[in-house]
Design a binder for this molecule. Structure first.
Ligand code: UD1
Ligand code: UDP
Length: 357
């Protein structure tokens, strides 16, 4: 089996790492990096730490408007796919790299496999929601983390190729947590004690492009009764710098960190405040309360389980939740058993042999 996998953004490197290993045991994988993320601490660090094979092809697309970035990716990915003629084009998540890979492949009649299919925020103002919906509707194999995600697809009339396979980020987390605990020195470097700090990340368009929201969030972080560690996405750092925003004293902005440092920061935080998708799940897995700085979430199971509260950017609600809320529920394996990658690789091979669907 020959597969072209498309990655480009930070969470996709983490998702692709485990699947890449399985695909290469079973056949040929050509890993394509679109270059959507390019800073060392947004890209290289993950390849090094997680021992991801170096990309076979690096497109070097970089940043741009949605149309510019996606359009350039489409053109480049099309020529890769025409040359390589894979059995599958595998795409992950919901970024512009995901959409470009799916669209380029579908138009060439190359089968598309979408890992993390069926997630919905039902908010089309999110660029990710547009990417997800479009990608799912041209995919031949749709790997859903949960049965709820599969139900979302059926509600949109997608009936073929759906597989509830579990969440692939769980595979990586389960194998990395102990390693992170032993390897990471981030708590010492930042001079913070376990459970004595909050961890925050902000990078969504709704929270960064909207200056009022960003200001409100930073001010609110300053009112939390403990140190807030804030690994800054370059997009957020750019907004802060361009607008001359100053951070409250208790908010410690740091550069983006590698995966092991992030797991260590997450596992030892008192709480996680975030608009990240991946970090809502990671908070659940490490058993740390998550306060989601958005109006809605795709990861509804973490909310239903009682470990995630969706509070938007309302300062009173954020502070009240940080101060007064403690999760009660037990943490079941709502996102699978950590064996998702093997399952996906097996299904891809099976579908190829049966010549689909
Ligand atoms: C992208 C994804 C988002 C995902 C996030 C993961 C889209 C539409 N969005 O958002 O779904 O949650 O990745 O982190 O695909 N920049 C740098 N260096 C980098 C990368 C980005 O400086 O290595 C800056 C550039 O100014 C760029 C901005 O960050 O314009 C935004 O980057 P982009 O990849 O377009 O979107 P993200 O916000 O990272
Ligand atoms: N992450 C990281 N370092 C950071 C911020 C995030 O390693 O400084 C990891 C995080 O642990 C998770 C993934 O990146 O595994 C989430 O990426 P991000 O929040 O950028 O994107 P999203 O999941 O929202 O698409």
């Amino acid at each position: 089996m020959k597969v072209v996998s498309i990655v480009g953004a930070r969470p996709q490197f983490i998702k692709a790492a485990v699947l890449s290993e399985k695909l290469r045991q079973q056949g040929q994988e050509i890993l394509v990096h679109t270059g959507q993320h390019y800073d060392d601490n947004m890209s290289d660090v993950f390849f090094d730490e997680l021992k991801i094979p170096q990309p076979d092809i690096h497109l070097g697309i970089g940043s741009g408007s949605h149309a510019e970035q996606t359009g350039r990716m489409l053109i480049e990915i099309e020529s890769v796919l025409e040359r390589e003629k894979p059995d599958w084009c595998v795409v992950f998540g919901d970024t512009n790299s995901t959409l470009a890979g799916a669209l380029a492949a579908a138009k060439l009649h190359i089968r598309v496999a979408h890992v993390e299919a069926g997630l919905r925020s039902f908010n089309k103002a999110m660029p990710e929601e547009v990417n997800r919906v479009l990608c799912d509707h041209v995919s031949d194999a749709l790997f859903c983390p949960t049965s709820n995600a599969a139900e979302n697809l059926r509600n949109e009339g997608i009936t073929q190729g759906i597989h509830v396979a579990g969440d692939i980020m769980g595979d990586m987390l389960k194998r990395s947590l102990e390693r992170a605990r032993k390897k990471s020195k981030i708590l010492e470097q930042l001079d913070v004690q376990p459970k004595n700090y909050a961890l925050a990340t902000v990078h969504r368009a709704a929270n960064t492009d909207n200056l009022d929201n960003l200001k409100t969030l930073l001010e609110t972080f300053g009112k939390i009764n403990r140190i807030v560690i804030l690994p800054l996405h370059p997009r957020t750092r750019g907004m802060i710098q361009r607008n001359g925003l100053t951070l409250p004293e208790s908010v410690r902005a740091i550069d983006p960190v590698g995966y092991f440092d992030m797991l260590q920061l997450e596992a030892n935080a008192d709480c996680i405040l975030t608009d990240s998708g991946g970090m809502q799940k990671e908070a659940y897995w490490v058993g740390v309360r998550c306060i989601t700085l958005r109006e809605e979430t795709e990861w509804v199971e973490t909310v239903q389980a009682g470990w995630n509260r969706v509070v938007g950017t309302n300062p009173g609600l954020i502070l009240d939740t940080v101060l007064n809320w403690l999760p009660q529920g037990e943490r079941k394996d709502i996102y699978g058993d950590g064996e998702t990658a093997g399952r996906i690789a097996g299904i891809l091979e099976g579908m190829r042999k049966m010549d689909m669907p």
